[in-house]
Design a binder for this molecule. Sequence first.
Ligand code: VGL
Ligand code: ZN
Length: 212
Amino acid sequence: MRKALVLVDVQPDFMPGGGLAVAGADEILVGIATLMADPQFHTVVATQDWHPAGHISLARNHPDHQPFDVIELYGHEQTLWPDHCIQDSEGAVLHPALASASIDMIVRKGTDPAVDSYSAFRNNFDEHGNRPSTGLAGYLNDRSVDSVFVCGLARDYCVAWTALDAVSAEFDTSVIWDLTRSVDPSGDSALEAQLTANGVHIVQSDLLLALH
Ligand code: VGL
Ligand code: ZN
């Protein structure tokens, strides 16, 4: 079995004090760094949320709206976010706690000004009703990866969407629950049930490390 570790959006803007702060996000950094150094992972992929300043997901580009308002976009719900992960800003770098030498592939997402992208595998719905691929599934298949372990931020957005798309792309898929944090933790038990119902395994990092 070849395993990939997928680190989702571990960036300063999601840390406490950042543009789109996720409570407790800094608590997952040491555990993620430990797993990155673990030889059980054949491939390590990091995603980087990377928005142009005019991006459609940013509340600043919708003068009649506030951050966290939800609008309809191309027939689907779109949350309008506070400024975060704007290209070339300090909050958009990969977090310095990640050892960059262990990262095999970086997927930048959310770069199309007109479409948000939560998942590492596909953009959100575009104006044609499509979810264009990022190419990550092909990359992992080319490297004979068959199982994907997802951690990072945020549990209820980019981590969840990445895990569900990994299942759709036929990877055996796990979320390393203790190495994720949610924007809205009140939804965590419903989220866990939804992920499990869709075939995602929920695992803990200490058990993963004990596996070998
Ligand atoms: C994310 C909202 C907007 C995430 C990214 O990383 O979960 N959430 N952009
Ligand atoms: Zn974003």
